[in-house]
Design a protein around this ligand. Structure first.
Ligand SMILES: Cc1cc2nc3c(=O)[nH]c(=O)nc-3n(C[C@H](O)[C@H](O)[C@H](O)COP(=O)(O)O)c2cc1C
Length: 337
């Protein structure tokens, strides 16, 4: 290795330590995850919104939180704070996002509040490490922004990282269309309570338009052995249809809609789209859960940010290295090099 390269890698080691791990990190958890709770502050007593939150759009970064009627205290415009807390006894706060409400979407018996993001704080890494990442990300963002189809500001990127402190279950969306159908991964989604569910799909990919056209999907959670295939099927976001017969795992039909889903899916929900909102880079689908079947309690793929994974395994160097290798296997069926 040349002296220049050696010098560069020494500087990286000093700046980042052992925090240079994948930002999008896969872990195995039972669903619903019990590690992190999310609290909304700013409307009287804090409200637990762990199972009533979703990312509605990336650019502009828009967070959706559903509240029961009356919880908004009659306010039409307000600021709020989301706290991402450990569920351990210490209840440590690992992240904060500062919000300003922008739109209220009425649901039956509740409402979905869409918020703009004003700022965020992340406590998963020590400040110098965090800023080493932020400076490096800001530089790479500045250099490559023109080539990104989703153009997020540095403020939005930092807040999006905080949203992934809450483990996001990975879903495989199945859809039947005239041309055949499709199956693709999705994690920008969340329950809204009262039988409502929301998800966000990039407007620039065909998947969003298939869902808008058909108005119904089957959503399967992903058992660990299907993880690398689910990642491979990211390419299906750009396809009009796929050949069901070519999928290397057995399928069965969902309960009501008769949409093909993996036989090994631990949970399958059938979802009917109720509202479609074009926000920016993403289309937000607000939907109703028509059926919800749980077939097993096994571990399922969840996606977290690498900073949170580093927090989970802080001080456990070998366990962290093993989790990086497992993540690589999960995604590509390959060990990390
Ligand atoms: C694990 C995983 C989760 C994803 N979740 C979403 C999602 O929630 N919404 C979405 O629009 N795209 C989602 N995608 C798709 C990607 O954002 C991207 O559009 C897709 O990989 C095709 O991108 P490309 O055309 O740039 O290669 C996901 C991809 C992966 C691998």
């Amino acid at each position: 290795m040349s002296i220049v390269r050696r010098g560069r890698s020494a500087i990286r080691r000093i700046a980042f330590g052992d925090t240079l791990i994948p930002q999008e990190f896969t872990i195995a958890l039972r669903e619903p995850q019990q590690e992190i709770s999310v609290w909304l502050h700013g409307l009287g007593d804090p409200i637990d919104v762990t199972r009533r939150i979703t990312t509605a759009c990336c650019a502009p970064l828009t967070i959706g939180v559903s509240l029961d009627e009356g919880q908004r205290l009659g306010r039409s415009r307000f600021h709020a704070l989301l706290l991402f807390c450990e569920r351990t006894q210490e209840r440590r706060v690992l992240g904060e996002i500062r919000l300003a409400s922008k739109t209220i979407l009425p649901l039956d018996g509740s409402e979905l509040i869409l918020f703009n993001v004003l700022g965020s704080s992340n406590y998963c890494l020590p400040k110098p490490r965090l800023w080493a990442h932020f400076v490096s990300q800001a530089y790479s963002n500045w250099r490559n922004l023109q080539s990104f189809d989703v153009k997020m500001t540095a403020l939005e990127l930092r807040a999006a990282i905080v949203t992934f402190i809450r483990p996001h279950p990975l879903g495989l969306v199945s859809i039947v269309t005239e041309a055949g159908g499709n199956i693709f991964p999705m994690n920008l989604m969340g329950e809204l309570g009262n039988g409502y569910f929301a998800f966000a799909l990039k407007d620039s990919r065909l998947a969003a338009h298939l869902v808008e056209r058909e108005g119904r999907i089957a959503l399967s959670t992903v058992p660990m052995p299907l993880c690398s295939l689910a990642f491979q099927y990211a390419a299906h976001h750009t396809k009009e249809s796929i050949d069901w017969d070519q999928l290397p795992f057995p399928l069965k039909l969902s309960k009501e809609f008769r949409i093909p889903v993996p036989v090994s899916a631990p949970r399958v929900r059938e979802i009917q789209v109720d509202q479609v909102h074009k926000i920016g880079s993403h289309t937000l689908f607000v939907a109703r859960v028509i059926s919800d079947e749980r077939f097993s309690e096994e571990l399922q793929v969840h996606v977290v940010h690498g900073f949170y994974q580093h927090w989970r395994l802080r001080g456990q160097r070998e366990a962290l290295a093993a989790s990086v290798a497992a993540d690589s296997l999960n995604k590509r069926g390959l060990a990390a090099s």
